[in-house]
Write a protein that binds this ligand. Sequence first.
Ligand SMILES: Cc1ncc(COP(=O)(O)O)c(C=O)c1O
Length: 404
Amino acid sequence: MRPAFLHPFASTTRESFIRIVRGEGALLWDSDGNELIDGMASLWYCAIGHGRREMADAVHAQMTTLETYSCFDPFTNGPAEELAERLVALSPLEGARVFFTDSGSESVDTAMKLARLAHVQAGHPERTLIISRTRGYHGTNYGGTSAQGIAPNKAGYGPLVGDVVQVPSDDIEALATLMKERSAEIAAVITEPLQGAGGVFPPTENYLQGLRRLCDQHRAYLIFDEVITGFGRLGSWFAAQHYGVTPDFLGFAKAVTSGYQPLGGVFVGRAPLEALEADPTFFLRHGYTYSGHASVCVAGLKNVEIIEREGLLQRATHVGARLGAGLQALAADGIIDHARGDGAVWAAGLKPDQNAMAIRDHMLKNGAIVRALNTDTNTFCPPLVITDDQLDRLLDIFATAATR
Ligand SMILES: Cc1ncc(COP(=O)(O)O)c(C=O)c1O
């Protein structure tokens, strides 16, 4: 019998799944009692680690006072306002405001829509073109499906959003040529500062700086999709700070609550804000039922508090250095082809005779979780609270699986 639950990103005929029942820090337990080291922070999001009671207590306190109430005009609530203030203070975008969503995909849609809308409000409705990069992943709503650069994820869904095109991921010249050709039509360029789900590819030298220059030259907005890199993964609150490049929109989700509640959002920077705020009679017709959900925003506040209190930005740098060095040593020993990554997110690039899925499955039987992307990549993105001992065990279990 197939389960009633139709799983996301899974074979439609798979009948049995690994049932995770408990978590604590970087450790998980399945329903057979097996202990697993979480090498992926679940799905790139659990920065503060699993099973934190103070998070449950904070959400419980809010829920027993007011679970939430709509933030559509004319209402608001305290946790949403407080979280917005807190996030703006951490954000690299000076004078920004935050729009709340429920997920990364909604953050991408929101940034794409607001970029086009800001041009309309600035008197340039012809600026509709959105440019993204191959290998990019921007979620699975229609906006993100249209903008993402992973071909199989786009197939079968009919016509996608119009005026969204991809350029080869590391080729700044290809981008410069396209932007020159279509200069007056461009609304925005969207990119992950470090491409994550496409295989963990840090930006090539000066790529992001070049992107910023091109966007300024052609009056296009620059959108950073920081759904994976936001909230500490690279050792700064945001990759924009890590790489020293400031976008006009910055989308986030995942580690804003470490996954304890579903939350996403978009920082809207000064330039688009000025366009959106210029007409005092303008009414923003975009929003989700749960934009600014009080019990969700409380989790965001608690998560930011924990990241600060426990020094998890510094911890990310330490975890990343140890993880990166471990993978590079495996490459030097010829066990894998190469390692790539930055901060606390890394990939093992495999040799042609290795298989990422087989390695993943072998690791699962031996107490650790990594992800397999295509046949040639295993990814690592552990909770930032992972201990050195757990990290070393994770690397050992990987090395054994990759050596077979
Ligand atoms: C860069 C990026 N953007 C968007 C998304 C989509 O986020 P969600 O699955 O929360 O909709 C993801 C998810 O992995 C992501 O990595």
